[in-house]
Design a protein around this ligand. Structure first.
Ligand code: SF4
Ligand code: SF4
Length: 119
């Protein structure tokens, strides 16, 4: 009898959970999300790599590349605060669910396009 009451109650009330991915929860105010970079501003100093507690950032000054492994990132924001030129930011979005865990975000600094001035 007790069970029947519970089953009926569950059938007649709304879901307790959201129908993800069709229904997504909005992020909370001041929540930190996925790490992004404005590579044009980055000076490849390596401070973010040194400060990251998860060791998920890799900066290669010679190859002019910056990499982050989003699955190791704990969204702490330490790199964002430490960056001297403020080119890192966190979008208010959580990382999307994926089937394969091999998603390293790799960014190459744009090559200088300006031709040297003729003398
Ligand atoms: S701290 Fe900022 S400027 Fe330095 S390598 Fe990291 S992202 Fe680039
Ligand atoms: S947010 Fe934290 S864990 Fe993620 S890359 Fe920056 S310093 Fe590392």
């Amino acid at each position: 009898m007790f069970m029947t009451k519970t089953i009926l109650k569950n059938l007649l009330t709304k879901y307790a959970t959201r129908l993800y991915p069709f229904q997504k929860r909005e992020t909370f105010a001041h929540s930190r999300g996925e790490l992004k970079i404005d590579m044009e501003k980055c000076i490849l100093c390596g401070v973010c790599q040194m400060r990251c507690p998860s060791q998920c950032i890799k900066v290669d000054k010679q190859a002019k590349t910056w990499e982050v492994d989003p699955f190791s990132c704990v969204y702490c924001g330490v790199c964002v605060e430490a960056c001297p030129v403020k080119c890192l930011y966190q979008e208010k979005l959580y990382r999307a669910a994926v089937a394969e865990k091999d998603m390293v975000m790799h960014v190459q600094q744009p090559k200088e396009t300006a031709e040297p001035a003729a003398t």
